[in-house]
Design a protein around this ligand. Structure first.
Ligand code: MG
Length: 260
């Protein structure tokens, strides 16, 4: 075997070792962008731009559908007293975030996302009581991402299994992870059988079921923990082999990984 072949064999062996044993590098995702930077706000264009400057894996955001079919970036169902799903875009565009920035659309967010080819946008499809509204939201999001040719730049997450299954049905063409809080977590085997690509659980669930991390990896699923701001818990999750940590403290998490 020549030197090149030996080097290649070593790299393949190392990759298998890392994936099987779950010692792959943990990556950081900024929760609603890096909004703690001066002058920013959660889910603003500046919070996304600030996250891009950190050279981290991703920036998470939340989406809703306006009454006239535009995908809007916001965490809650309503903003400034307006329920997003029953308000048209021209009204929503008069609203401002806490730092004075305009309420962004997903299209504006994707335009900012494409300025940094190395960072992913993690799009949370917000769960609704109205399952048809969830499905219309998924369709609008996926259509826009496709139109902008940005499938490779995004990943999808949702607490709604209806939204996750709709993403699968429309062949979203990007990873889809199921979100769960302290209640509602499903085993990696169930998520795999549904066809999802990962789990995105409250960190306490992973502390309670650390065996799910290896189980997920053995099934080819990714593991994300949210929203982890305490360095002690960040450390534990890194040591457990969690793939992604979603945090309001991306700078601290990044430094901890650099000093691992
Ligand atoms: Mg979210």
């Amino acid at each position: 075997m020549n030197r090149n072949k030996i080097a290649k064999a070593c790299i393949v062996g190392l990759a298998i070792f890392l994936s099987v044993d779950g010692f792959g590098k943990t990556c950081v995702i900024a929760h609603r962008g890096y909004w703690k930077a001066a002058g920013s706000a959660r889910n603003s264009i500046s919070s996304l731009s600030n996250a891009q400057k950190l050279s981290i894996y991703g920036s998470e955001t939340d989406v809703h559908l306006s009454a006239d079919g535009t995908v809007i970036i916001n965490h809650d169902d309503s903003i400034g007293g307006y329920d997003i799903s029953s308000t048209p875009l021209p009204v929503l565009k008069t609203l401002k975030l806490s730092n004075g920035e305009m309420l962004p659309t997903l299209e504006e967010y994707l335009n900012q996302t494409r300025k940094d080819k190395n960072m992913r946008l993690i799009i949370e499809i917000k769960n609704k009581k109205d399952t048809l509204l969830e499905q219309r939201t998924v369709k609008a999001v996926v259509d826009l991402v496709r139109k902008m040719k940005m499938n490779k730049a995004v990943e999808y997450i949702s607490f709604s299994m209806n939204a996750c299954k709709t993403l699968l049905r429309v062949k979203a063409g990007a990873p889809i992870a199921f979100l769960a809080g302290k209640e509602g977590a499903l085993t990696p085997a169930i998520l795999k059988s549904i066809g999802l690509s990962g789990l995105d659980y409250h960190y306490s669930v992973l502390m309670k079921h650390p065996e799910w991390i290896a189980e997920a990896h053995s099934l080819g699923l990714t593991v994300n923990a949210w929203t982890v701001n305490d360095p002690v818990i960040i450390r534990k999750l890194i040591d457990l082999g969690t793939d992604y940590i979603t945090t309001d403290e991306p700078v601290i998490a990044k430094e901890m990984l650099a000093n691992k």
